[in-house]
Design a binder for this molecule. Structure first.
Ligand SMILES: [Zn+2]
Length: 197
C-alpha cells in the first residue's frame, strides 16, 4: 500500500472509530489499542472481515427481514439479558445457515436444547442456532456449510415454551483463541437488516 492510500485509510479508520466510540485513534506506526466495546457492537476489524457476508441470510427464510423484532436487550429470568434474536415460526420450519462456514459444534444444552455453533469463513464470529426440533440429515461437526443450506428445523427444545416454537439466534465475536463457547454477544438484527450500528 502506498503512503497516500495508507494515510487515507488511517483517516477513514479514525473517523469510523470516533463515530463508534469503540476505540481510540492511533498513529499508523503504533499497534491498535482497543478499549472495551459497548455490548452488541462489532469491533471494527471484525466488521471489516464480515462485510462481504452482510446482510446475513435470514436463518428462518420463511420469515421476511421486515418482520424480525429486536429482542437483544430483553430481560430474561433474573435480570439476565437475552443477547440474541428470537424468531418465532411453526415447529418444523427450516432453519438455514446465515453465512458460509464450518459447523464447529452440535451441542445439546439444557437451556438451548439442540444447538448448532457455526463459524464464519474468517473464523471471526460464531453463529448460534438454538431450540432446534431436529438437525438436518447428515449435519456433523467439521462440515462446511453454504449460506442458505438447511441446518435443521425450528422447535422448542431446551427451555423454550413448547407453545411458542422459535429459533433463538445469536452471534458471538470470537477472541483470538477461536473457542466456540467463548465470545462476546453481538446484536444479530443489524447484521440481518443490512445496517450495522
Ligand atoms: Zn431466545
Amino acid at each position: 500500500m502506498n503512503a497516500a492510500r495508507r494515510a487515507r485509510r488511517t483517516a477513514i479508520a479514525a473517523m469510523l472509530l470516533a463515530a463508534s466510540g469503540a476505540a481510540i485513534a492511533q498513529s499508523p506506526t503504533q499497534p491498535a489499542v482497543t478499549l472495551p466495546l459497548p455490548d452488541g457492537v462489532l469491533s471494527q476489524p471484525i466488521a471489516e472481515r464480515l462485510r462481504p457476508s452482510l446482510p446475513l441470510e435470514v436463518p428462518v427464510p420463511q420469515v421476511s427481514r421486515e418482520d424480525l423484532v429486536d429482542s437483544f436487550d430483553d430481560r430474561r429470568e433474573t435480570d439476565r439479558r437475552h443477547e440474541a434474536l428470537d424468531i418465532p415460526a411453526p415447529r418444523g420450519t427450516p432453519v438455514v445457515a446465515v453465512d458460509d462456514g464450518e459447523v464447529v459444534k452440535l451441542f445439546p444444552s439444557k437451556p438451548g436444547g439442540l444447538t448448532v455453533y457455526q463459524f464464519d469463513r474468517t473464523r471471526s464470529v460464531a453463529y448460534y442456532y438454538a431450540h432446534l426440533d431436529h438437525y438436518a440429515e447428515g449435519l456433523e461437526e467439521g462440515r462446511l456449510v453454504r449460506r442458505g443450506e438447511v441446518l435443521g428445523a425450528v422447535g422448542s427444545t431446551g427451555n423454550a415454551d413448547p407453545a411458542v416454537p422459535h429459533l433463538h439466534f445469536g452471534v458471538f465475536e470470537l477472541g483470538p483463541e477461536r473457542q466456540w463457547w467463548k465470545g462476546r454477544p453481538i446484536d444479530p438484527l443489524p447484521l440481518l437488516i443490512g445496517t450495522s450500528r
